[in-house]
Design a protein around this ligand. Sequence first.
Ligand SMILES: C[S@@+](CC[C@H](N)C(=O)[O-])C[C@H]1O[C@@H](n2cnc3c(N)ncnc32)[C@H](O)[C@@H]1O
Length: 268
Amino acid sequence: MPASNLPKLSDHDFRRLQQMMQEASGIVMAEQKRTLMAGRLMCRLRSLELTSYGDYLRLLEDPQQQEERRKVIDLLTTNETYFFREPQHFQVLGDWLAQQRGPLKLWSAASSSGEEAYSMAMTACERAKGDWSIFASDLSRRVLDQARQGVYKLEQAQKFPPGWLERHCLRGICDSDGLFRVAQPLRQRVSFAEVNLTRPLRQELGQFDVIFLRNVLIYFAADEKRAIVTRLVERLRPGGLLFIGHAESLHGLNLPLRTVRPSVFERL
Ligand SMILES: C[S@@+](CC[C@H](N)C(=O)[O-])C[C@H]1O[C@@H](n2cnc3c(N)ncnc32)[C@H](O)[C@@H]1O
């Protein structure tokens, strides 16, 4: 479709989509995200043969259209992630794990497509003294499906510490040339599930020794962020560690945490 024929996302429809997204995920889509939003949802209009965002919104408001509303979340969440992102965190994690006695429960609380959880798993495998497991969760089903596969492009392994690709992953051959898969012994210790951080957490999740809550707080309004961090800190055992993104802050939240390093906190 030529650009001139693209349907326009009116102020009114943008606000409705903004509101829908905030209610479903807590994510605040700023005005600057409007073109991005229109662009990402365009594929849905095309496949449903709709000619306006207004028509699409009417469809989304139908209580039967839960699957379609999920697709909006999948399309509008920012899932950027990579292995060993913010590498100092994995150094801190490794040193801490080496001093603990297992069993340890770790949580990657906005795991996206799994790179963070598998980076934690490789670190635990290398450094932990006892048993450990990783729970990884996200709101987007699309990225969780990718994460469970544990298959990535070889170029994504560039930030792996030397030798870890060979030790923890299998290189693809033939049709899978250029890909690698996280090896089964590691994958079996990592479980993925859908968790919406803006909702109360299921009781059976229990308590964790380590929580990674990185590069997701930036998408929430202040009240939502406070509520999310408070809920997660309640799930951290005293002495356990919370990691947030380097660009994020817990300033003014007044939580039972002690700063260990910038962006790393110990539960009191
Ligand atoms: C930018 S990625 C960060 C991935 C990883 N933590 C990292 O630092 O590389 C943010 C992730 O948060 C997820 N997310 C956004 N809102 C969420 C919510 N309300 N509940 C759970 N996950 C959410 C998105 O789907 C996305 O995969």
